[in-house]
Design a protein around this ligand. Structure first.
Ligand code: HEC
Ligand code: HEC
Ligand code: HEC
Length: 213
């Protein structure tokens, strides 16, 4: 559209949004600067109480929330608001995972808050860079992700996940879960629908080699 403000980039609606409503991802009151409005305040929770409850998680997520060759992803340093929502989603069935769902079903909303407070305060530890070449290829793909997940894997909004510290395999599985429908989220579904397997692999390598801060 030639009449748009010069600093406003052009988009091709069909490629950019498909059939999704713009407000799934954009804040209608501040479309340029903010993506969709979301609750960013972390849940109320006590990290000391959460530490006690976290004993049930260590076998799959590692002591101190750093997972090395364990079935569950690292949790240390994850945003508390995202953490609590993700955790509850396994309990309600919005996310489905045979290992994780029973663990979440055994806990309530108060537990989710305490656990989120505890794990978000732990130090994120970077996954080792496994393939430097693919990581640089992934940088181009990652330009589709940085508005929300940051160039360094630190999300711009506390309700969204940090990707720094997550392993390549976990990132690939998570992306495929949004694509296949095992996880439903309007933003991610719109973003990953056209992501090829090789782009998925290289963007996962890129974020797996992000350094934790
Ligand atoms: C699936 C999420 C999603 C949906 C749906 C979506 N957008 Fe976006 N849009 C983004 C993201 C992420 C960015 C910033 C990243 C980028 O530069 O590509 C963006 C950037 C833009 C930009 C460029 C802003 C700038 O200042 O550079 C415009 C314009 C835009 N979107 C318009 C729209 C319109 C109009 C719709 C509805 C027809 C829409 N978007 C739907 C995710 C979305
Ligand atoms: C039997 C193994 C197992 C146990 C025990 C377990 N988890 Fe998980 N957890 C997983 C797996 C596997 C995933 C990844 C599931 C997926 O791909 O969606 C996961 C995912 C998660 C996620 C989502 C992470 C993200 O980045 O989206 C959170 C949060 C989480 N677990 C918290 C916990 C907490 C807190 C406990 C203890 C109360 C716990 N888990 C116990 C295996 C487990
Ligand atoms: C418009 C914002 C937005 C953009 C752009 C975006 N994401 Fe996401 N992403 C989210 C949100 C919100 C979630 C949490 C969804 C949920 O609750 O399951 C998420 C979740 C994820 C997860 C799961 C993390 C975890 O801890 O389990 C991965 C992996 C991911 N995104 C990768 C990507 C990649 C790769 C791209 C670029 C190709 C991308 N995202 C672009 C908003 C975005």
């Amino acid at each position: 559209m030639t009449g748009r403000p010069l600093q406003q980039r052009q988009i091709v609606v069909a490629d950019h949004a498909g059939t999704q409503q713009c407000t799934v991802c954009h804040n209608p009151h501040s479309p340029k600067l903010n993506l969709a409005p979301v609750e960013t305040a972390g849940p109320a929770g006590d990290p000391a109480v959460g530490k006690g409850k976290a004993a049930a998680c260590a076998g799959c997520h590692g002591a101190d929330g750093v997972s090395k060759n364990l079935p569950g992803p690292s949790l240390a340093g994850q945003n508390a608001a995202y953490f609590a929502e993700a955790f509850k989603a396994y309990g309600t069935g919005d996310r489905n995972n045979p290992m994780m769902s029973p663990a979440a079903q055994a806990m309530n909303a108060e537990d989710a808050g305490d656990l989120a407070a505890y794990f978000s305060g732990l130090k994120c530890e970077a996954a080792p860079a496994s393939d430097v070449q693919a990581a640089s290829a992934g940088q181009a793909v990652a330009s589709k992700c940085t508005a929300c997940h940051g160039a360094d894997g630190r999300a711009s909004n506390a309700a969204w996940p940090n990707l720094a510290g997550l392993s390549k395999d976990y990132l690939i599985n998570a992306i495929k879960a949004y694509k296949g429908g095992a996880r439903s989220n309007g933003m991610m579904a719109g973003i990953v629908k056209d992501l090829s397997d090789s782009d998925t692999e290289s963007v996962a390598t890129y974020y797996a080699s992000a350094t934790c801060k």
